[in-house]
Design a protein around this ligand. Structure first.
Ligand code: 5GP
Ligand code: ZN
Length: 115
């Protein structure tokens, strides 16, 4: 996906503050944080949104949650809590069409879901 901003971040064509990386997954700080901790976790494989997941992605999505767990501990938000948000499609407010999981924490979050 040549015009995908997150694919460019994966290829290091756009700089980002990376907090975790392996062969399949990248996590980096959101450029416009809505809370003291706001990290995006993405698969390196381009998937447009949650709607386009397939059976073969089940293991990858499971691994993403393992990475989220690890990051939450490293960022020391595991005990007080945090929120994981996946915006999907137009009504869901998805701006970047590359599947991503927001980790939001470090303050008491209101009822507003995200951003
Ligand atoms: P969405 O609204 O699609 O769920 O969330 C997209 C998120 O990506 C937003 O929170 C936005 O701040 C973040 N974002 C957009 N462009 C960039 C970028 O170039 N770098 C980083 N680090 N975050 C970005
Ligand atoms: Zn992409």
């Amino acid at each position: 996906m040549d015009d995908c901003i997150f694919c460019k971040i994966i290829k290091k064509e756009i700089p980002s503050s990376i907090v975790y990386e392996d062969e399949e997954i990248l996590a980096f700080r959101d450029i416009n944080p809505v809370a003291p901790v706001h990290i995006l976790v993405i698969p390196k494989k381009h998937i447009d949104s949650l709607v386009y997941l397939s059976k073969e992605d089940e293991k990858l999505i499971g691994r993403i949650y393992t990475v989220i767990n690890k990051i939450a501990k490293e960022e020391q938000i595991d005990e007080k809590g945090f929120r994981v948000v996946v915006n999907c499609g137009e009504d869901g407010g998805q701006e970047v069409k590359h599947l991503h999981f927001h980790i939001i924490g470090g303050k008491k979050l209101g009822i507003k879901i995200c951003g």
